[in-house]
Write a protein that binds this ligand. Sequence first.
Ligand SMILES: Cc1ncc(COP(=O)(O)O)c(C=O)c1O
Length: 406
Amino acid sequence: MSTSRIYLDNAATTKVDPNVLAEMLPYFSDKYGNASSPHSAGSEAREALEESRARVAALIGASPEEVIFTSGGTESDNLAIFGAAMKKGKGHIITSCIEHPAVLNSCEYLEKNGFQVTYAPADSDGIVKLDALERSIRPGTFLISVMQANNEIGSIQPIREISNLAKAKGILVHTDAVQSAGKIGIDVNSLGVDMLSMSSHKIHGPKGVGALFVKKGVQILPISRGGGHEKGLRSGTENVSGIVGFGAAARLAKESMGEMERVKKMRDRLMGGLLKVEDTLLNGSRTQRLPNNLNISFKFIEGEGLLLLLDAEGICVSTGSACSSKSLKPSHVLLAIGRSPEDAHGSLRLTLSKFNSDGEMGKVLDSVPRAVERLRSMSPFKSDSQMKQFSDKHATHEDDEHAGIH
Ligand SMILES: Cc1ncc(COP(=O)(O)O)c(C=O)c1O
């Protein structure tokens, strides 16, 4: 990637930290043993695997034996949900309507196959409504799965409160911490969760590796079968180099958590500047929000057009609208917090990392308002009602799968 490019799509994926890469490289060339082999090359790989497990566990306050390595956040979510469902056999699951597709589509599949699912609503800040969630608990409820922080609007959920509700009734709690791990401090014990999903590529580690925290004593079934690796929960020869990268990224994230203060300052600068543009809406909470996330709807334009104009200026962002995410539907998260489809289509997500600089924020604060003005000057719509009339007329798309953005 060109070094002059300003990358503000860190919720989609992050740059591998050069220190992470340096730790990984020997595991492709010299130290390529299979961690299950009894010889010295195998034990070298096994040691690296266990060191990485300890590093990932330390990031979330878990014990190493509670960490199961997977291929990423999607697999971790699937293992938690299907693993708990298969162990139970039948019953009721509570999730929220703002989850990532890895959770939503898993729950919808179970719903079509004999389980009952409640999708708890969120308020206008994107925080899951605890009272509604509590009311939906019933005698067959065996699992609550609510994300710790939303990937689109960064809203941080009341997981500890959810765990307290669940614990009293013997219900398992899973949280998808793919976006929050490494950005806010996590302690699984004080959160009170039974399972927690993580992904390496969101914290400057390599893609295709993740982990599921499974609290000691919690019983789930595997979703794939084979040689019985990872305590029988995730068979398959371990991706040692990837796991080493994940471990290195987790260690760096823990050590450099203070960096998130600087990231938050840059994000706040962007937020203040971009909300000065006329006819904008902040999506998500001002306070209960990941330090690196900003999501704003610019009225009367398409986020898609804005994304392309910014890309032409070397600025990579994301949008909750349509085609960039291969779905013509507006973001289910933005609709769930009460945005109109038109405002959802005009959304822009900017997600920062420690590799961004203050100078870059200055450029973005110059480019985005100019791009918005340009698009608005070409837009035939100047009011909400004109936008709505047009989109009602052109609403054709029906697709029952959640494609979502990353
Ligand atoms: C909240 C959340 N959960 C799960 C995932 C899936 O993670 P992975 O890309 O590692 O499969 C993502 C990725 O965008 C995410 O943001």
